[in-house]
Write a protein that binds this ligand. Structure first.
Ligand SMILES: C[S@@+](CC[C@H](N)C(=O)[O-])C[C@H]1O[C@@H](n2cnc3c(N)ncnc32)[C@H](O)[C@@H]1O
Length: 240
């Protein structure tokens, strides 16, 4: 895809999500209600933790103690799930394209010294790697044991941008580890290239082919054809 188009889409995503965060961040993060108390908002993050992580520990932890695990969240929004992850895993890294969302996420995880929230460029994890290199020296290897993303990629209007994240996550994940995430699965939507609310749809074939191209095995999937299409990508061993 043309670089100019990706650059424009990223600029729009950042602008629109900053605007949504300014208007009513929690509403745009979970549109179920327009006023959320702290308690309700963070409880909804716990529900996500329970339903999508605690109910799936064999795949997520693969025998590791969660307190020994470093995990990554893509598109953390106002820190709803990040805060729940922080209470369960040893170390949490989270990224989001919107400066205002990142500000709210940092507030949500105050008091959790095991979390770092980064504003990233909307398509890769360079900001995180830079932080790691500043801490441990240029070229030091950052590895994560699990990566997670919910309700993010279904807002992204470009397969190329989503695939850029999948390739980045491949680089960071430990071999065999899981990237569990959602995409837009509904073929009924007709997204505009610059729409930052309704993202590009993925068919089962798209999901399988992207996994293959990026070095993952698509082992499980759920709710194909729906707006919340879940994918379990396991990192294949790195080629020698
Ligand atoms: C609907 S919210 C969900 C937030 C969070 N995952 C949750 O479930 O509470 C979508 C989030 O994705 C972020 N986002 C959208 N496009 C992104 C991109 N290209 N890179 C990183 N974050 C992005 C937005 O800024 C927003 O915070």
């Amino acid at each position: 895809m043309a670089v100019w188009r990706i650059t424009r889409q990223i600029r729009r995503m950042r602008r629109d999500w900053d605007q949504r965060a300014r208007e009513n961040a929690r509403y745009y993060v979970v549109t179920g209600q327009d006023r959320w108390s702290d308690e309700e908002f963070y409880e909804s993050g716990h529900v996500t933790l329970e339903e999508d992580i605690l109910n799936d520990l064999a795949n997520v932890c693969q025998g590791m103690d969660p307190k020994d695990m470093r995990v990554l969240e893509i598109g953390c929004g106002a820190g709803r799930v990040t805060r729940a992850l922080a209470g369960f895993f040893g170390q949490v890294y989270a990224v989001d394209i919107s400066r205002r969302m990142v500000r709210q996420a940092r507030r949500a995880v105050e008091g959790f010294p095991n979390v770092r929230v980064f504003r990233n460029n909307g398509m890769d994890l360079g900001a995180m790697r830079e932080h790691w290199w500043n801490r441990f020296g240029l070229g030091a290897k950052l590895q994560v044991d699990f990566a997670f993303s919910c309700m993010v990629f279904q807002h992204i209007p470009s397969h190329a941008i989503i695939e850029s994240y999948v390739r980045e996550i491949y680089r960071l994940l430990r071999p065999g580890a899981l990237f569990k995430f959602q995409v837009q699965g509904s073929s009924l939507v007709e997204p505009e290239p610059d729409d930052t609310w309704v993202g590009v749809p993925f068919s089962e074939r798209d999901a399988r082919e992207m996994a293959e191209r990026c070095g993952f095995e698509l082992r499980y999937q759920r709710d194909a054809g729906s707006q919340y299409y879940w994918l379990w990508y396991f990192k294949k061993p790195e080629p020698r």
